[in-house]
Ligand binder design. Structure first.
Ligand SMILES: [Cu+2]
Length: 341
């Protein structure tokens, strides 16, 4: 059957498949979780070892395939058995020693930079590094800046060029912290103090996510690292430390819900009867918002401000709400404990 397929068709198919695989490689713009566009020294080191192995394998590949194709053509005319098959050859000490020694040498060469990088990356980051505690939760990341008194969820801000000393822990099961453009993975394990460091070379937003299956919503454990100038970072810290917004007016909040949210959400005892999103009648008793972040006033405000930033791809739209609207909504939604008036 296969014999009938002309060889040139097989060759073209092979080229198409290999070419197709190669075009699957893209830039960080299209594939924000690529490890191939390094954005900091931690990942630079890993990429160095990776490139050595990759280019080495390309050389080995062409060498082996070249020898194979060469032999196929060169020895075509050798004597055959009565069945028209090549005469079997057993044992060739010289060949066997060569193809054992060469791979052993190659592996020994790769081992040197590998061990170097492992030890380099496990060194303590030094006293001038900024300490940040990373706590994995089902299913979000909590970041604490103990020296600044700032806490965030799923969004880690760091100054460019500042070495970051991460202390990883978990509140429930094993998670794994991974921002592919910046650093390799490190597990966040309950009751164990894991450490790692990284640093961003240039301002930018780097996407990361939990890399250890941790439950049903594991795929939603995304995080963004925002690397910014020291000035922008200081401004961000100042904003985070600003006093919490004043209490809103729940009556105003209810009015906004009836005007803007009623098409999608139902709240017992009000005119809001939409069925597109979850009912909010008992919202204040919920542990989580949209199953991804802890139900706190700050997180609720962030959710209402831009749901897509908290849960990419969610069906809840980014509504044009003013800051005052959000404060009123948060105050109102916090009163929804399941009892209609
Ligand atoms: Cu996780």
């Amino acid at each position: 059957m296969l014999r009938r397929v002309p060889r040139w068709i097989v060759a073209v198919l092979l080229i198409v498949v290999i070419g197709g695989l190669l075009t699957a490689c893209g830039s960080a713009e299209d594939y924000p979780q690529t490890t191939l566009e390094s954005a900091g020294p931690h990942n630079d080191s890993i990429l160095g070892v990776y490139s050595l192995v990759w280019y080495g394998s390309i050389i080995v590949f062409f060498l082996v395939e070249g020898l194979l194709i060469f032999s196929v053509f060169k020895f075509r005319g050798e004597p055959k058995t009565a069945h028209g098959r090549p005469v079997p050859v057993h044992g060739n000490n010289r060949l066997e020693i060569i193809w054992t020694v060469i791979p052993a040498i190659i592996l020994a060469i790769i081992a040197v930079p590998t061990l170097q990088v492992i030890s380099e990356l496990s060194e303590a980051p030094g006293d001038d590094a900024m300490v940040i505690n990373v706590i994995g939760h089902q299913f979000f990341w909590e970041f604490q800046y103990p020296d600044l008194g700032v806490n965030t969820t799923n969004e880690l801000h760091i100054p460019v060029g500042q070495r970051i000393d991460l202390r990883l822990d978990s509140a429930d099961v094993i998670h794994s912290f991974w921002v592919p453009q910046l650093a390799g993975k490190t597990d966040a394990i309950p009751g164990r103090d894991n450490r790692m460091w990284f640093e961003a070379d240039a301002p930018g937003t780097y996407l990361g996510q939990c890399a250890e299956f941790c439950g049903l919503a594991h795929y939603q454990m995304l995080m963004t690292v925002v690397a910014e100038s020291q000035e922008d970072f200081d401004a961000w810290v100042a904003e985070e430390l600003a006093p919490p917004p004043a209490e809103g007016d729940p009556e105003e909040g209810l009015a906004i819900v009836e005007a803007q949210c009623a098409a999608c959400h139902a709240i017992e005892g009000t005119s809001a009867q939409g069925q597109v999103g979850p009912a909010l009648t008992g919202f204040a008793n919920q542990e989580l918002i949209a199953d991804v972040i802890e139900n706190t006033p700050e997180n609720l405000a962030a959710w209402l401000d831009d749901p897509q930033a908290i849960k990419p791809g969610t069906a809840m739209p980014d509504l044009p709400l003013s800051e005052a609207d959000i404060i009123n909504l948060v105050t109102y939604l916090e009163t929804l404990n399941g009892e209609s008036e």
